[in-house]
Ligand binder design. Structure first.
Ligand code: BG6
Length: 494
């Protein structure tokens, strides 16, 4: 066994981290456009304005539900004197032809990108879609088609129309189900024949950590998060239904952040902790891909007095229109223990874990785990038996342009080599049905966690720094040529 002949090798991006042009051609303000740059040590901030008093300020973008302190009567707003990386990002909006050409040169079979909801419905609840926004993505998809690159399109990647946060309170409001589904139907109809692979919500389980990034909710409570998750599940089911009706070739998948967690000690209490943490994450795929609420979550909601605004038809939809495939991000693993005093902490996508003494960490504390993809693929395959797709994996690192004008990034090649090897084992040894592999941030873009440019993932360097200076010139790194070879050999020549 090896990778299928039509295995979808490629790379992944997200509009708010890559596109820029935040106020061009009728685009509305998105929830990501009011988030400033931060760093490993300093969290990103959401800036606000009180429309009545004119007072302004900011709150840190909290990764803990129940911890956000957004002032009453204020609304998120763009303020003078702050730097918002999404506004220009690395300007895919004006470089898409050049960037897609570079992807084609590497041999990409697939390109994961997101549509910015605010280019299509600038306020989310507008009567009509914005034609200029629709045209932009049409040109992008046509350009991809020219090179036979299959688009994989995320409908909401950590952003939504800011108006939906201000007016409706974000995803805790059931009205969002209708507004999102209408947006999804609009683009699915318009791009019929150009796009067949769709993802609804990026890392839907990030709701557990950032109700604002994943759900546009200010000061979220656990009750809000439960409701937002439910609303997104129903919206996802309706999108699967609409997708199939619009074009039988459409496949609508789920996107999960897979958080591989190992027990730090052999104390059984650590194993139970891992099980509970896995439940809180896999709950999202149990419903969206598995089609039903798991008992552990029903019991938890009952215990905590959480009541959903739901109706019986919701559950029929979840069952009948579960996701066609399960895609996921996976960068590293973390370790956990009830014996916190015995272990040092390290970073990660959402939460700091315990440092694993067997693994090396990046400058941002993310640990490189040479077995993680095989592990992740097996856990998800055994649980759902649905096709899987790795849509994010990669290494954020500081790159240097050397005197020869090149970027030598052996650390990135090492990371990818070991990760692809682990993924290959899941296919070769375990026989898992894997659709494709999309390396995160294939052309340098802004980091979601810190908003920095200096945390780079790409095969292609983009000349832009943390202060927003630079020519935006694209330069292939050494890993560009390495990945080209990997794709050409269908994963044999690592
Ligand atoms: C994933 C997100 O969690 O991780 C991406 O879907 C993000 O948007 C990626 O960019 C890498 O994280 P970071 O913080 O290094 O950009």
């Amino acid at each position: 066994m090896s990778f299928k002949k039509d295995f979808l090798w490629g790379g992944a991006t997200a509009a708010n981290q890559y596109e820029g042009a935040f106020d061009v051609d009728g685009k509305g303000l998105s929830s990501a456009d009011v988030v400033t740059q931060g760093s490993y040590e300093n969290p990103r901030k959401i800036t606000w304005k009180n429309p009545k008093t004119g007072e302004t300020g900011y709150v840190p973008l909290s990764m803990d539900v129940d911890q956000m302190n957004f002032p009453e009567n204020a609304v998120p707003a763009v303020l003078d004197g702050y730097y918002y990386p999404s506004h220009k990002a690395t300007d895919f909006y004006h470089h898409y032809r050049e960037d897609i050409k570079l992807m084609a040169e590497m041999g990409f079979k697939c390109f994961r990108m997101s549509i910015n909801w605010t280019r299509i419905f600038p306020n989310g609840d507008d009567e009509e879609p914005n034609e200029k926004g629709l045209k932009f993505y049409q040109s992008v998809f046509e350009e991809l088609q020219k090179y036979h690159i299959e688009p994989l399109v995320t409908l909401s990647h950590y952003e939504m129309p800011l108006n939906l946060t201000i007016k409706y309170g974000g995803w805790k409001n059931r009205k969002l189900i209708y507004l999102f589904t209408r947006y999804a139907e609009t683009v699915m109809k318009r791009y019929k024949g150009l796009v067949k692979y769709w993802l609804t919500f990026n890392e839907i389980n990030a709701l557990n950590f950032s109700g604002y990034m994943a759900g546009g909710i200010l000061n979220p409570t656990s009750q809000d998060i439960a409701q937002a998750a439910h609303n997104q599940f129903v919206a996802s089911a309706l999108t699967v239904k609409a997708g199939h009706e619009i074009d039988p070739y459409n496949q609508v998948g789920q996107m999960l952040a897979f958080t591989a967690e190992y027990p730090y000690t052999c104390d059984p209490a650590d194993q139970i902790k891992v099980m509970n943490d896995m439940h809180s994450s896999l709950f999202y795929s149990d419903v969206q891909t598995g089609g039903r609420y798991p008992e552990y979550k029903i019991a938890e909601y009952k215990r905590n007095g959480i009541k959903l605004d739901d109706c019986p038809e919701d559950y029929d939809l979840l069952k009948e229109y579960s996701a066609d495939f399960l895609s996921f991000s996976c960068y590293s693993s973390s370790t956990t223990t009830v014996h916190k005093d015995q272990a040092a902490t390290t970073g990660g996508n959402f939460v700091a874990g315990v440092k694993n003494p067997y693994l090396k960490s990046s400058e941002w504390g993310w640990q490189t785990d040479p077995c993680v993809l095989r592990y992740a693929l097996n856990v998800l395959w055994d649980r759902y038996h649905k096709p899987l797709w790795i849509v994010e994996n990669g290494l954020g690192a500081r790159d240097q342009v050397t005197e020869d004008g090149k970027i030598h990034d052996p650390y990135r090649i090492d990371y990818l080599q070991s990760n692809i090897k682990s993924m290959k084992e899941a296919v070769d040894i375990d026989g898992i049905d894997l659709m494709g592999y999309e390396m995160w941030g294939c052309i340098d873009l802004v980091s979601a966690g810190t908003g920095e440019m200096s945390k780079r993932y790409g095969f292609v360097y983009v000349d832009r720094d943390d202060q927003g200076n630079g020519s935006l010139k694209r330069i292939p790194k050494d890993s560009f040529y390495w990945y080209k070879k990997v794709i050409a050999s269908n994963g044999e020549d690592l």
